[in-house]
Design a protein around this ligand. Structure first.
Ligand code: MIC
Ligand code: SF4
Length: 639
C-alpha cells in the first residue's frame, strides 16, 4: 500500500515503535529551534543533561519574543543564550533578525527533514515539506543532545485544495475555514496533510496554513515539496536542500476534506477563540480601534507587499492605530529597498521591530474594550495585554483595508490588484546569524542574575492525597495557566517570580491557595493545555505543588510537558464525573504508585463526597519511568 508524506518522513526517521496510529513511536530529529522565552529553560535543561555539544544537523537559537528590554532581564537572557550557543555549537539568530519560524523557513528549512522546536508554531516549516513539530523545552533539549523525540503515531487527515482563491481572499482564510470545520481540538493526535491543486499557493502562503494548524491542536501540518517549493528555495539560494516529496496515489488517510478555494470568502476568528469564525461581510461596518499586522503567521514579504499596495497613497483612519512588525530582517530590508516600506510609513503605519511583539502581549495592548484586528494566530482572552480587549484574527488584506476605513471591511469589494510576484531572488544577508564556533574553541556560559534554577519534582509517593485546588472549564490554554505579556514574559527564567501569576486569568487567588494547601489536584475539562508549548505551564504549577491534573482530555504538548515534570495528566473514564468534584474537595488515589507501575486501573476517591471516580490513563513504559521518578531529568539521572 502507498504511503502519505507523514508516513514517508516518519519511516525515514523511525528509531523505535510501530507506525500504528495512537502507538508511541520515537523519531530522530535533524534540526531544532528554540526561541528566547522558552530557550532559557531549554538550555538550562540541556546543561543539566550534561552533553558537551549539540548532536543535530543544525540547531538554532532565536531571540524574538523578549525584545522589549524594559529592564535588564531580557538582555540577561539573551546573553545567557548566546553564550550557550558559543559553548554548545548552535547558530544564534540575534535580536532584530526576525521571528524564529519566518527566519527558519527562509534560511534553514529543508523538505523531508524533521525539526523539533520549543514553540508551538514550529509546524510553519510544514509549508516547505518538513515534519516540523512543537514541543516543550526539555524535549528539545533531549533532541539537541541527539536523543529521539517520542510522540504517538498520528492519524493523517488529507485536505485537498481545489480551484483558486478569489481576489481579496487569502491563505489565512483557508486555515480559518478549517478551524471552523475542525475546531481547536479537531487536530489533536493528527497530522494535516495538504494535496490537490497547490500550484497557486506560494511557500509563504502554505506556511501561513501550516503555522495555524497549531490552533487545530494538530501534531503538525505538511505540504508536499514541489516545483513551487524548489523555486522558493532557489530564490533563497538554498536550492541544494530541495528534494521532491509527495504522497503516493494510493496512500490512505483517516479522513479526507475537500475545499474549493474559489468559494471561500474573507473570514475572522472572533473573541476569544481561533475557531469562533464569522464572515467579514457579517461584521462589516463594526468600528475598530487597532490593527496589528505581523507574527509568524502573516509577516512574509508577500504579505507585507500586499499590505503596502493597499496602503499606498492612503491614510490610516484617524481613530485607528496600525502597527506592522515584519517577520524578518530579510523582509524588512526588501521592503526598504523596493520602496514599499515608504508606502507603508507614509500611510501612517507604526513600524515595529522584526519580532513577535503584540502577538505575545509585548507592547501594543489595545485600549479598554478595544477592538483589535490582528493577522496573528491566537486571540485568547487577555493575551493582548488588555483584559477586556476584543481580538479578531484576520488576513493581512482584511487588516489593511479595514485600517483605512476604520471599520471591518470586506477586502473582496475594496482591494486594488494585489498580484505580487514571488522574487526570483530574495535579499540574502545572514550577518545577524552567528555561526556555531569550532569545537576546538573554549567558551564559558554566562549566568546572569535573571537566570534562576528550575524546580525538580520528587518521586511519586505510594498514595496521592490532596485537595482539588482549582476547577476550570473546557479549552483551558497555556496562556490561562501561565500568562505571558510585557510584565511577565521577561521572567521566564525565574519560576518563583512567575508563580504569582499562575492561572491569573481564571482565578487570581490560585497561587496563594496552592501554597497554603500544599498544592493539590487541578480539575479540567476538554482539551486542557491547548495553545503554546511553554513548559512553564507545567513547571510553575510544579513549583506551587500541583501533583496531578484530572481532565476530560489533554492537548498533546502540554500533556508531554506535565509528564516531563512528573505531574500526572489523568483522564476521567466518564466525562460526567467532572461534575462530581468541587474545588476544595479532599481527593485521594490510594494505590497511585502501584497503579502506574502495573498499569492497573486508577480510582480517584472523592473523600468529601464519598465517591469513587474511575480514571483511564495508561502510560507507556517510558512515561512510567518519568512519572515514578518525578520527571524526565530525575529519570535520566536514575538510568
Ligand atoms: C505563543 O505564541 O504562545 C508563544 C509565546 O510563541 C509560545 C511559546 C512561549 O510561550 O514561549 C508557543 O506558541 O509555544
Ligand atoms: Fe511569536 Fe506569536 Fe508566533 Fe508565538 S505565535 S512565535 S508569540 S509571533
Amino acid at each position: 500500500m502507498g504511503m502519505n508524506i507523514t508516513q514517508k518522513i516518519i519511516k525515514n526517521h523511525l528509531v523505535s515503535g510501530e507506525m500504528v496510529p495512537g502507538k508511541e513511536i520515537a523519531i530522530r530529529i535533524d534540526q531544532t529551534l528554540t526561541q528566547d522565552a522558552t530557550g532559557t529553560m531549554a538550555y538550562l535543561q540541556f546543561e543539566a543533561i550534561g552533553i558537551p555539544r549539540v548532536r543535530t544537523e543544525c540547531s538554532v537559537a532565536y531571540i524574538d519574543h523578549n525584545t522589549l528590554q524594559t529592564g535588564f532581564e531580557n538582555a540577561d537572557d539573551h546573553r545567557y543564550i548566546q553564550s550557550c550557543c558559543a559553548k554548545y555549537g548552535l547558530y544564534y539568530s540575534r535580536p532584530g533578525n526576525g521571528i524564529c519560524h519566518q527566519v527558519h523557513l527562509e534560511r534553514f528549512s529543508a523538505p523531508g527533514k524533521t525539526l523539533l522546536g520549543s514553540d508551538s508554531h514550529t509546524p510553519t516549516g510544514g509549508g516547505i515539506g518538513m515534519m516540523a513539530i512543537g514541543a516543550g523545552g526539555l524535549d528539545v533539549a533531549v533532541a539537541m543532545g541527539g536523543g529521539a523525540f517520542h510522540l504517538n503515531m498520528p492519524e493523517v487527515i488529507r485536505v485537498n485544495l481545489h480551484g483558486k482563491l478569489r481576489a481579496g481572499v487569502a491563505a489565512k482564510d483557508i486555515i480559518l475555514k478549517l478551524l471552523e470545520i475542525l475546531s481547536v481540538k479537531g487536530g489533536v493526535g493528527k497530522v494535516i496533510e495538504y494535496g490537490g491543486d497547490l500550484s497557486s499557493l506560494s511557500v509563504p502562503e502554505r506556511a501561513t496554513i501550516t503555522n495555524m494548524g497549531a490552533e487545530l491542536g494538530a501534531t503538525t501540518s505538511i505540504f508536499p515539496a514541489d516545483e513551487v517549493t524548489r523555486k522558493f528555495l532557489e530564490a533563497q539560494k538554498r536550492g541544494d536542500v530541495f528534494v521532491p516529496l509527495a504522497a503516493d496515489d494510493d496512500a490512505e488517510y483517516a479522513r479526507v476534506i475537500d475545499l474549493d478555494l474559489s468559494t471561500l470568502e474573507p473570514l475572522a476568528a472572533c473573541p476569544h477563540s481561533p475557531d469562533n469564525i464569522k464572515a467579514i461581510k457579517d461584521l462589516a461596518g463594526k468600528k475598530i480601534d487597532q490593527v496589528c499586522i505581523g507574527s509568524c503567521t502573516n509577516s512574509s514579504y508577500l504579505d507585507l507587499m500586499k499590505v503596502a499596495k493597499i496602503l499606498k497613497g492612503k491614510t490610516v483612519a484617524e481613530h485607528v492605530s496600525l502597527v506592522i512588525a515584519p517577520g524578518s530582517k530579510q523582509v524588512l530590508d526588501m521592503l526598504a529597498k523596493n520602496g514599499a516600506l515608504s508606502d507603508i510609513i507614509s500611510a501612517g503605519a507604526r513600524i515595529l521591530e522584526c519580532a513577535c511583539g503584540p502577538c505575545i502581549g509585548m507592547g501594543q495592548a489595545p485600549n479598554s474594550n478595544g477592538v483589535s484586528l490582528r493577522t496573528f494566530n491566537r486571540n485568547f482572552e487577555g493575551r493582548s495585554g488588555t483584559a477586556d480587549g476584543q481580538v479578531y484574527l484576520v488576513s493581512p488584506e482584511t487588516a489593511a483595508v479595514s485600517a483605512l476605513t476604520g471599520v471591518f471591511t470586506d477586502p473582496m469589494a475594496n482591494v486594488p490588484d494585489l498580484t505580487v510576484d514571488m522574487p526570483e531572488e530574495f535579499d540574502i544577508n545572514d550577518n545577524m546569524i552567528v555561526k556555531p564556533y569550532p569545537e576546538s574553541e573554549e567558551h564559558e556560559v554566562i549566568y546572569c542574575p535573571n537566570i534562576k534554577p528550575f524546580p525538580l519534582n520528587k518521586e511519586l509517593p505510594e498514595v496521592l492525597t490532596a485537595k482539588a485546588v482549582l476547577k476550570v472549564g473546557d479549552n483551558i490554554t497555556t496562556d490561562h495557566i501561565m500568562p505571558a505579556g510585557a510584565k511577565i514574559l521577561p521572567y521566564r527564567s525565574n519560576i518563583p517570580y512567575l508563580s504569582q501569576f499562575c492561572f491569573g486569568v481564571c482565578d487570581k487567588t490560585f497561587p496563594e491557595r496552592a501554597l497554603e494547601w500544599g498544592g493539590g489536584f487541578v480539575i479540567g475539562g476538554q482539551n486542557y493545555g491547548q495553545g503554546s508549548s511553554r513548559e512553564h505551564a507545567a513547571l510553575v504549577p510544579l513549583y506551587l505543588g500541583v501533583k496531578a491534573v484530572v481532565a476530560k482530555s489533554f492537548a498533546r504538548i502540554h500533556a508531554a510537558n506535565l509528564i516531563n515534570s512528573g505531574i500526572l495528566p489523568l483522564t476521567f473514564e466518564n466525562e460526567a464525573d467532572y461534575d462530581r468534584i468541587d474545588q476544595g474537595d479532599e481527593l485521594e488515589i490510594p494505590a497511585i504508585r502501584k497503579n502506574v507501575e502495573d498499569g492497573t486501573p486508577m480510582v480517584l476517591i472523592n473523600k468529601t463526597k464519598n465517591l469513587q471516580i474511575p480514571l483511564t490513563t495508561v502510560f507507556t513504559d517510558r512515561q512510567k519511568k518519568m512519572i515514578l521518578a518525578g520527571g524526565l531529568l530525575n529519570a535520566t539521572k536514575n538510568a
